[in-house]
Each structure stands twice: as C-alpha cells, then as structure tokens.
Design a binder for this molecule. Structure first.
Ligand code: NDP
Ligand code: 2IT
Length: 446
C-alpha cells in the first residue's frame, strides 16, 4: 500500500486541488466509508482504484459568449465534468448558479458516480453547468444563453456518451432550449438530455421524481422502526423543484410540511403547507427571481430573513436547497427539538460535523446520494423509454421509482449495519463504490 494512512491519502487530494473545498469534503466522506474495503481487496489495490476513482476522466471548461437584451456581449464560464464511466455513459445534471466553480461541479460529479451506481442502472457520473445567474434574466436571454452553452457542449455529449439533465437553475424550460439547439446542430432527435417535455421524449414523473423519491426513502427508513409518516411535522428547505415535490408527496401521505426557504430566508406555516398553497408556490417559482417571502405575505405567516428553517420544531427535516446549508449548530438544534429523521434532498446539504452529529445521535440519517437518487433514476427510465420509443404510464414510472428507492435502502442496510444501527452514510458509500470498483477492475487500467 502506497499510503501510510487514510489521512495521508486525503492529504494528496487536498494538496493537488488546493482551492476545491467542496470536492475535498465529498472525497473525505466517501473515503472514510470505503477505506477498509478499498485497501483490503487485493484486486482494488492492484488496480489502484483509490488513486483512480478521485480523478475525473476529463474536465471540460469553455467560454460561453452571448448577447443580452441590451445588445451587450456577456461572457460566462461553461463546464462539464465527465467523472467516471465504468458502469455506463456519464449522467448528471447541469447547474446554472453564480457560485458555480470547478470544485463545486467536481464534488457534484463525484457524488453522482456513487449515486448512479446505487440506482442499479447503467449510468456513469458527470455534472456540468455555468456561473450564469438566471435571476433577473428575460426568457429571451435564458434562451440565448442556453443556445450559446449548447454551441460548445454538443461536441462532448451524446446519448451513448454523456446525457445531462437539470439541477439548480435548470428546469424544463432550459432543457427545452438546450435540446432544440442540440437537435439543430446535430440534425438528430435523440435522448441526449433528460427532463425533456413529455411531448418530445420526456418521462412522466421526472419533474416529481427527486422529491417523491426522497419521501419514499424516508418511508423505507421509518419502516425499519415500524413508524409511519402520517401526522409528522416536517421542516423542508428550498422552494425549487426538489422541495416542491417533496412537499407534494408529504401532503398526499398525511404529513405536515411547515417550512420552505430560498436564499433570502424561510417561511414558517404552523398550520401546514396544503396542496393549494403549494400550487401557489409552484406558480410563483416559475420566475427564478421570485421570493418565498411572497408566500408569507399571501398567507399571513412569518418570514424570517437570512435564516434557515432548522430551528423550527419538527419530527423530520428535509434539506432540499443547496450544499452546506445545515451546520453543526443547526444539527444540534434539530435533535434537541426532537427531530429524529433527516434525509437529504439536496446534494451534500449537511456539513461534515452535522453528519457526524446525526450519526452519533443514532437518528435516521439518509445521505443525498441515496435519498435524492430518485431524480436520476427516473432520468435513467427516461433514457430507456427513448431507446424503446415506448412511453410508460405514470403508474408504471412511479412503481419503478418506488422499487429503486427500496432497493437503494436495502443496499444501505446491507453495507451500513453496525451493531444493529444502520449507518446509511457508510452503506451508501460502500454500496455505490463496490459496483464501480469491480467494473473498473474488469475493464483494465484505462
Ligand atoms: P431549483 O433551482 O429548482 O431550486 C433551488 C432552490 O434552492 C431555490 O429555492 C433556491 O433559492 C435555493 N438555493 C439555491 N442556492 C442557494 C444558496 N446558495 N443558499 C440558499 N438557498 C439556495 O433546484 P433543485 O430543486 O433542482 O435543486 C435543489 C438541490 O437538489 C440541489 O442541491 C440539487 O443539486 C439537488 N438535486 C436536484 C435534483 C433534480 O432532479 N433537480 C436531483 C437530485 C438532487 P433561490 O431562488 O433564492 O436561489
Ligand atoms: O443531482 C442529481 O442527481 C441531478 N441533478 C439529476 C441528474 C439527472 O441526470 O437526472
């Protein structure tokens, strides 16, 4: 073994990529779980899986030039990280947000490798995006940006190579504009993106899949304690795609979501967010710059600016906004208030210390790569429908989504049970890793 210790190995990653903090954080969490497996298995050691799995196959960086409504030329940075294709073509979302940088996209692509593996489908891991800020842009500007972005991205993707989808700032509208441009350039109608409109190759339930899947995962965790979700009070953060559909499923199952948030603050509705109120949020949030504080005005509830919802009394917390939005102080406050289930709709929303706290307290903690895998799972189902050209019904897709979430839960229990306690972080990391590592061994040193 080349490394004296786990710390020795992690130091090489930190030293190599000095300013990529989120990437260090994601690697450290995975390596903590897989260290023994990766260093005791002779095949993994001989193929040097450890060194290879933390380096992307390739990172593509490009300029995106476009003209805004005033006629001024704007320049943004475009990225696609193709991290690992051992078990399938690269697959993962595109994020448009001003804080996007190489370290953030590398952490997201790295997480995606293990998440996609957990789904049991044949998808490798990738992620991309831009530091473009959709807030305050007109529909025409969004279209022009998406077209300019695809003018370069098209040469790196393809239905058997790399299939992007949405993430923060990228929803059905942006996927539509990018799909149109790809089709124009290539003169080919293929399933090169997922999250498409249902008229042109999209899957039913894809918009709902991450939020619904998250709640299905919570049901699976609660089942292990013979507990149910009915009547539970739930704190949700974010108010975008994942948060909205998590709320929808909670409401349908008789739970009570009481919070939503955005980067300006959070609303607290102690009576519970109903389907009618949620429809208002969906409409409101069609405009990227709309603020959740409007909900507080409309329904006469409290809006707390610049704060997160983790101080509210709840049984279950679902962070669904962004990375590192829940720190140790928040984690302590949650468990002090009686919260005993946390499942991550967002990618890496809990800091390292917060995760340790949840595990130390032995609560039910579902890490993002397991709990939010429903979105990419239904993306995989969309790819399969594009290949067969036979669309599935809502019921068929929802049934498959439930089965995949249950299977991911079983994998976590299998690999993460320690003295009767399920450490879902270890379970997800080891379960996701083994399939990728075995495939890398099979395929030789490439
Ligand atoms: P949306 O763009 O639909 O919504 C994002 C939400 O998060 C908004 O409410 C936004 O508020 C808030 N947010 C974004 N950045 C910040 C920030 N820096 N601080 C506070 N709030 C912030 O994105 P999604 O719902 O699709 O994504 C949410 C999370 O879920 C992300 O972590 C994403 O990676 C993850 N995810 C998404 C999947 C998908 O299928 N879409 C699949 C799996 C995971 P504001 O409007 O103020 O920016
Ligand atoms: O983080 C994620 O899993 C996503 N943004 C969805 C990726 C996808 O390809 O559907």
């Amino acid at each position: 073994m080349k490394y004296k210790s786990k710390q020795d190995f992690l130091k090489t990653v930190v030293d190599r990529y000095k300013d990529q903090e989120e990437f260090h954080q994601a690697v450290e969490e995975v390596v903590n779980s897989i260290w023994t497996v990766a260093t005791k298995n002779k095949d993994y050691v001989s193929a040097n899986i450890l060194d290879r799995i933390v380096v992307p196959d390739r990172s593509i960086l490009f300029r995106v030039s476009w003209v805004d409504d005033k006629g001024d030329v704007q320049v943004n940075l475009g990225y696609r990280i193709q991290f690992n294709s051992a078990i399938g073509p690269y697959k993962g979302g595109l994020r448009f947000h001003p804080n996007v940088n190489l370290g953030i996209l590398k952490f997201l692509a790295f997480e995606q490798v293990f998440k996609n593996s957990l789904t049991g489908l044949n998808m490798g891991g990738g992620k991309g995006g831009s530091n473009f800020d959709p807030k305050g842009k007109s529909d025409r500007e969004i279209m022009k940006f998406c077209q300019a972005f695809m003018n370069e991205l098209y040469r790196h993707i393809g239905r058997r190579t790399d299939i992007p989808a949405g993430d923060i700032g990228v929803g059905a509208r942006e996927i539509g504009y990018m799909f149109g441009q790809y089709k124009k350039i290539r003169n080919a109608f293929t399933g090169v993106l997922t999250g498409k409109g249902t008229n042109w190759g999209g899957s039913l339930i894809r918009p709902e899949a991450t939020g619904y899947g998250l709640v299905y995962f919570v049901l699976n965790m609660l089942d292990t304690k013979n507990d149910s979700i009915k009547g539970k009070t739930v704190a949700v953060s974010g108010s975008g795609n994942v948060a909205q559909y998590a709320c929808e499923k909670l409401i349908e199952l008789g739970a009570k979501p009481v919070t939503l948030s955005d980067s300006s603050g959070f609303i607290y509705d102690p009576d519970g967010i109903t389907q009618k109120k949620l429809e208002y949020v969906k409409k409101l949030k069609e405009v990227p710059s709309a603020r959740i504080s409007e909900y507080a005005k409309k329904y006469k509830v409290k809006f707390t600016p610049n704060k997160k919802p983790w101080g509210v009394k709840c049984d279950i917390a679902l962070p669904c906004a962004t990375q590192n939005e829940l720190d140790l102080k928040d984690a302590k406050q949650l468990t002090k208030n009686g919260c005993y289930v946390v499942a991550e709709g967002a990618n890496m929303p809990s800091t390292k210390d917060a995760v340790h706290h949840f595990i130390k307290e032995k609560i039910l903690f579902g890490p993002g790569k397991a709990a939010n895998a429903g979105g990419v799972a239904v993306s995989g189902i969309e790819m399969s429908q594009n290949s067969t050209r036979i669309p599935l019904t809502r019921e068929q897709v929802d049934k498959l989504l439930k089965e995949i979430m249950e299977k991911i839960h079983t994998t976590c229990v299998k690999h993460g049970t320690q003295k009767g306690f399920v450490n879902y972080v270890d379970g997800a990391n080891i379960g996701g890793f083994v399939r990728v590592a075995d495939s890398m061994v099979d395929q030789g040193v490439i």
